[in-house]
Design a protein around this ligand. Structure first.
Ligand code: ADE
Ligand code: ZN
Length: 339
């Protein structure tokens, strides 16, 4: 079987995808028109041409602008439903979606419209595609902890719809310790905890995410490669890392995919996974990330299946679902071996 077909049919989970980062320019224009929201660009092509980034902040500036098109519950439903249809086509069997409530509430969009639209789409995918999915609400780290506490408060009536909390946006200058208390409170309310760390920031931020925030997974974590003690800790505690290869190239975290730390991390015994981050902005969906990293680092089917297994076992799906999906991967691999 060719590698492309192998990857396309491999059952897998995605754990690091920002739903606002799946907004394709075509849908952005459609929603802006129906909501009467002015956009800074004249055409879909002009939007795509603007997606040239030197660093994380260049992307974030455009990403927050693009979201202005999202105004009402239906927009969030349509956005998530469109991504779940793409997930189905890529054989993503379980999906964890980040969303940024502060970026919407600050524009006057009700919290309930965001969560209502997203969770209705997740339910439709469970029903139509047998895809299990979870929502993870991220705090914007460039804002202060008070704002994050307000967001946690707003989420109270929706506790059952939201599996966890995360931390995203501008990393440098905003260490995890800034959010220690709000993460403690979220944990006390039963939320799972994850955090972006070591994307642009130093290894110290990965330590902070583990120690101060008690993050159960690290989103990105590239910088860990520069700190041997940290690598030992990540390996010993089997902390999952949600790596995003094409994102790293687009945001100039690395110059070339051949420099990506994924293979070294695997060889060190770390629990690494492959993810798309913001696929509408970074030029590739999840299977494109698998294909690109396989080609750049010369990974074969056995290693790719390991990455898929890692994605399932690091997920917040319940134990029976994780077992069932691991069995799907095993069945896929044995069917392949006997052909
Ligand atoms: N928000 C959306 N994508 C992000 C990323 N890659 N890093 C930090 N914040 C983000
Ligand atoms: Zn991210």
């Amino acid at each position: 079987m060719h590698m492309d077909a192998f990857i396309d049919r491999l059952p897998k989970a995605e754990l690091h995808c920002h739903i606002e980062g799946t907004l394709e320019p075509e849908m952005m224009f459609e929603m802006a028109a129906r909501n009467g929201v002015p956009l800074a660009y004249q055409s879909v092509q002009a939007v795509r041409d603007a997606y040239q980034f030197e660093r994380l902040q260049d992307f974030l500036d455009i990403y927050y602008q693009g979201m202005a098109a999202l105004r009402v519950e239906r927009d969030f439903y349509d956005l998530a439903r469109a991504y779940l249809e793409k997930a189905e086509a890529q054989r993503i069997r379980h999906l964890e979606l980040f969303f940024d409530p502060q970026a919407h509430v600050s524009r006057g969009v009700p919290f309930a419209a965001v969560v209502g639209g997203l969770s209705a789409a997740l339910q439709s995918a469970q029903r139509d595609f047998d895809i299990s999915a979870r929502l993870i609400m991220c705090f914007l780290r460039h804002l202060d902890q008070r704002d994050a506490f307000n967001t946690l408060e707003m989420a109270k009536p929706h506790r059952e719809q939201i599996a966890g909390v995360g931390l995203d946006s501008s990393e440098r200058g905003h260490p995890p310790e800034k959010f220690t208390e709000v993460f403690a409170q979220a944990r006390a309310q039963g939320y799972r905890c994850v955090a972006h760390a070591g994307e642009e920031g130093p290894p110290e931020y990965v330590w902070g995410a583990l120690d101060a925030l008690q993050a159960e997974r690290i989103d990105h974590g590239n910088a860990a490669l520069a700190d041997e003690r940290l690598l030992a800790r990540l390996a010993e505690q089997a902390v999952p890392l949600t790596l995003c290869p094409l994102s790293n190239v687009k945001l100039r975290v690395i110059d070339d995919l051949a420099d990506h730390p994924l293979k070294q991390m695997l060889d060190l015994g770390l629990h690494v996974t492959v993810n798309s981050d913001d696929p509408a902005y970074f030029g590739g969906h999840l299977n494109d990330n698998y294909r690109a990293i396989a080609a750049a680092l010369d990974l074969g089917p056995v290693v790719l299946a390991q990455l898929a297994r890692n994605s399932v076992s690091a997920s917040f799906a319940d134990a029976p679902r994780r077992r069932a999906l691991l069995a799907e991967i095993d069945a896929y691999m044995s069917a392949r071996a006997t052909h």
